[in-house]
Design a protein around this ligand. Structure first.
Ligand code: PHE
Length: 492
């Protein structure tokens, strides 16, 4: 992926697999199930599907076309159409870079669990194991309580792995994904077979699939549905722009977007079927309603998957190991795609070696990741995720669609996409990009901000939330500085 000499993906399949590899990640296995659980299971699915169709796939087409046409990473891709808007690209990759800081911490938990799988060290009380023995969770975000060392060492291990995975550039990305895309689906199917044959499984599944129309009145459900789609499809991060910039000239854009959109959501559903059937089982065992079985929040996956693994009739350790290896391999290609988007952008700006750039990124990310490795890390993770993944991505979504809608011209991009696609998109796409998506996102954003002023997110103190929110402002300022400083340094 050296400058001026953009390598191409080996084949169409390699690109699809790489894009799915970026999309499918902890977002499907860890994030989707807990968000769906937190916002009411079946209540969440309708907005989620609407979000996939009304924003996910159309924006995926937009990002693929932007990246492919400009053959640049995000900031320059925006700059390619209009120099004044590079900052949108920078902001997107900076938000992605901030997300990977805690994403790597979740991978570190997974790494620890992999080690624990060899003797199922989590025991039967998987809740208390996660919150007490692993996280040593403090009572409030302000009670930082010191670093939890195993998590911190795990974090370093994960960054070494990320570093070596991306160092070779896009060619190696194409190869790694063959393993990281197919293997997870097999493991998930095995977990599902175990899950749905447990007594009570149906209770959990009906919680997941029974729609609840009353919940559609809640702005939180909508904003989380849209942001889950953004997070999970890796859109709003500048990643799909960077990936598409490596596509060979004759690549199908529309087909790929639909395929990736559906394959990704299907993976989230598979993971949830495994999780919710187990929640049904636990609800029967514990005599509590499904909605109350475990604490809803980012810990769900780490409480529930070990519980499924405990319930395997044989070779539990083996399934445990396979599951956590899978989780890690899924996470790694997402993590390096996040770093990749930022580092390709940074390399177009600063001419240093790729290795040095990635090294600097890794060191900074480890230092900043310390906050999430403390005893209060889970709270901070939740707060930062709320501002970056929920607000940050949707704001980028608005900017991106307005940019294409009013600066680039959606028709131009649509014609470009259609020229290289088996089946084509119509004028409806222009209307979505110009009016429907930005309007819907703005309404959802305002509706939520209004609600949150009255009722602070997650019951956290306003001070803690302010710190979380400041990350959006900091990334925005840095984005502006980066885009301006570039224009002064090199005339292009
Ligand atoms: N889409 C990935 C996931 O679902 C996360 C991710 C986001 C990866 C953004 C890359 C970029 O886990």
């Amino acid at each position: 992926m050296s400058m001026g000499n953009r390598e191409n993906w080996d084949s169409r399949l390699a690109f699809i697999l790489a894009a799915i590899g970026s999309a499918v990640g902890l977002g499907n296995i860890w994030r989707f199930p807990y968000i769906a659980y937190k916002y009411g299971g079946g209540a969440f699915l309708i907005p989620y599907i609407i979000a996939l169709l009304t924003a996910g796939i159309p924006i995926l087409i937009l990002e693929f076309s932007l990246g492919h046409k400009s053959a640049k990473a995000a900031p320059k891709a925006f700059g390619f159409f209009n120099k004044k808007f590079k900052w949108i690209g920078w902001w997107a990759v900076l938000i992605g870079m901030s997300i990977v800081i805690y994403y790597a911490v979740i991978m570190s938990w997974s790494l620890i669990y992999l080690g624990k799988s060899f003797n199922l060290a989590w025991g039967n009380a998987t809740d208390s194991y996660f919150f007490n023995n692993l996280l040593h969770l403090s009572k409030t975000p302000s009670e930082i309580g010191g670093v939890v060392w195993p998590i911190f060492w795990g974090l370093i291990g994960i960054w070494i792995w990320i570093y070596f995975s991306i160092i070779k550039g896009v060619k190696s990305v194409g190869k790694v994904v063959y393993i990281t895309v197919v293997f997870p689906w097999i493991i998930l199917l095995i977990l599902i077979v175990r899950g749905i044959t447990l007594p009570g499984a149906m209770k959990g599944l009906s919680f997941l699939f029974t729609p609840n129309f009353a919940a559609l009145k809640s702005p939180e459900v909508w904003i989380n549905a849209y942001s889950q789609i953004f997070f999970s499809l890796s859109i709003g991060f500048g990643i799909m722009i960077a990936y598409a910039s490596f596509l060979p000239k004759k690549s199908d854009i529309v087909n790929n977007a639909f395929l990736i959109g559906f394959a990704n959501s299907a993976t989230s559903l598979l993971a949830s079927i495994a999780i919710f059937s187990t929640l049904g089982y636990l609800s029967v065992q514990r005599g509590v309603p499904v909605s109350k079985v475990v604490a809803s929040g980012p810990g769900l996956a780490f409480v529930t998957y070990p519980a499924i693994i405990n319930l395997f009739p044989f070779a539990k350790e083996l399934f445990g190991i396979l599951f956590f290896v899978m989780l890690l391999t899924l996470g790694i290609d997402s993590a390096f795609s996040l770093v990749e988007a930022f580092s390709s952008a940074a390399l177009e700006k600063w001419k240093i070696s790729r290795a040095l750039m990635n090294f600097i990124i890794a060191v900074i990310a480890i230092i900043l990741g310390i906050l999430f490795s403390t005893r209060s890390g889970l709270y901070w993770l939740d707060i930062f995720d709320h501002y970056l993944s929920v607000y940050g991505l949707l704001i980028i979504g608005v900017l991106e669609t307005l940019f294409v809608g009013y600066i680039v011209g959606p028709k131009k991009l649509r014609n470009y996409a259609n020229e290289r696609s088996d089946f084509t998109i119509g004028k409806w796409w222009d209307a979505m990009i110009k009016y429907l998506i930005p309007a819907a996102l703005i309404i959802i954003l305002i509706w939520n901000i209004r609600d949150e002023i009255v009722k602070p997110y997650g019951g956290y103190t306003r001070g803690a939330l302010l710190i979380g929110m400041s990350i959006l402002i900091v990334t925005f300022i840095v984005a502006i500085v980066f885009s301006i400083s570039r224009a002064r340094r090199i005339k292009d």
